[in-house]
Design a protein around this ligand. Structure first.
Ligand code: QJS
Length: 232
């Protein structure tokens, strides 16, 4: 997160850190007791290794009550996701067991109504991603408020040049922005997850390259289907 501030500890109890060998790779968030939603690109370059999911954390390194690392039973990227673009950039992770819910570990509801969030709506994005252009990594969860920008503005030639589909949304990236390592985390508007930070590599903090999120509502049926099928 560029230009943000340290989150109030455990006030975003849905936040997840996707880790490989104890290292934070991407964000994610709890959408059900046994399910975390993140971004499919985060599984690139992991040569088939399976993530572990840290829940209940504020600091990535310090011992904290209710902080717990969960094994992942299954990682399911959206079938339409691919390495060439940001399309369908979603990843579902089934935890080995149901997460123990408490004040520090809670599910975040996601938007099911497929309607664009109005431009200028102020949303919040949080994560343990880079906090400086030099790539400094925070130990504690960061957050920043960002206004939604219209798809038309985001699709202008000098911005994302008509690559933003109706299943994506954008926020202003002037100075304050999500960045590498924040991918997979939720864009929260009015207490509901409306988007997931896309994990395609992109410059951060440059107003000419707005942040891109996968809208969640268009994928509600896919998410429900995967969770129902796995429940058996
Ligand atoms: O965050 C992303 O957009 C993104 N997309 C990817 C694709 C492949 C892939 F193997 C990883 C990623 C990845 N995350 C990262 O590189 C994370 C490791 C870096 C990081 C940044 C800040 C703080 C801690 C760690």
């Amino acid at each position: 997160i560029l230009g943000g501030s340290e989150a109030q500890p455990h006030l975003r109890p849905y936040m997840a850190s996707l880790q490989l060998d104890g290292q934070h790779v991407c964000g994610g968030f709890l959408i059900a007791e046994q399910w975390v939603l993140s971004a499919a690109h985060c599984t690139e370059e992991t040569d088939g290794k399976v993530f572990q999911v840290l829940l209940g954390a504020h600091s990535l390194t310090q011992p904290e009550p209710h902080k717990r690392l969960y094994r992942v039973r299954a990682q399911i990227p959206h079938p339409g996701s691919n390495i060439h673009n940001n399309k369908d950039d979603l990843l579902l992770l089934q935890l080995e067991e149901k997460a123990e819910l408490n004040a520090h570990v809670q599910v975040l509801p996601f938007q099911r109504e497929d309607r664009d969030v109005a431009a200028d709506t102020v949303c919040v994005v949080a994560g343990w991603g880079t906090i400086s252009h030099s790539g400094r990594r925070p130990d504690k969860l960061q957050e920043v408020e960002r206004p939604v920008i219209s798809r038309d503005l985001c699709n202008e030639r000098t911005r994302h040049d008509h690559t933003i589909t109706h299943k994506m949304m954008c926020t202003d990236s002037r100075r304050k922005d999500s960045c590498k390592g924040d991918s997979g985390g939720p864009l929260v508007c009015g207490g509901v997850a409306e988007g997931v930070v896309t994990a395609g590599s992109r410059v951060c903090g440059n107003y000419k390259k707005p942040a891109i999120y996968t809208r969640i509502a268009p994928y509600a049926a896919w998410i429900d289907g995967v969770m129902a099928a796995a429940a058996g």
